[in-house]
Design a binder for this molecule. Sequence first.
Ligand SMILES: [Zn+2]
Length: 231
Amino acid sequence: MELTPYYQKDIECLHCKQKFKTTKVRSKFIKVESHHTDFQPIYENKEINPLLYNIFVCEHCGFSFTDDFTKYFAPGVKEIIQEQISSKWAPRTYGNERSIEEGIMTYKLGILSGTLKKEKFVNMAGLALRTAWLYRLQDKQQEEIRFLEMARNRYAESYSNDDYNGTQMSESRMLYLIAELSRKIGDIEYATRYFSKVIEKQNSSLEPTIVEMAKDRWQEIRVQKEKEAIG
Ligand SMILES: [Zn+2]
């Protein structure tokens, strides 16, 4: 039997505890060709995008989450989710193959659910960044910028609250992302400040690639400024 790129996985909802199915992409079908300057993976096969399947949308109650969400709900949060999401939810499934449009919808549900549940800023930033990447695939620049800005702000909050400690996010990567997303939304002052922080830490950084990337972007900003000065 030929292996298909997709398979179905059983998920238990963190909120209502009911079960539902979600689609995932088999890892042997995922080959990354390159990365964008903000780490967006460019896949070899443009037809299969695993980013579309990160969010589990509970078809029963609408609560939407990822593997990174904690099981813990602070007191009062379940009631808020019930009121803001579940009571308005018309049962529908996102369990099959998703279009980019549907993928974006699932990320928005994930951001709403995670924000109400008070998940870590670093996780919410990641969801906003992925939403921006999907808009980028659709060439919807205005929407892309809106979500890049949301991601930048959440990463900045995560950095100042140190809530990325113990996650896969390193300090260099975090500082680089804050800088690069700032550059992309046109906040050049912020971008320069944070690229400098990455470069300052180059002797202690375990990620020389990221330091090099920061130097390249910093150089690009300089060239751009010189061009503008000449007019
Ligand atoms: Zn549920």
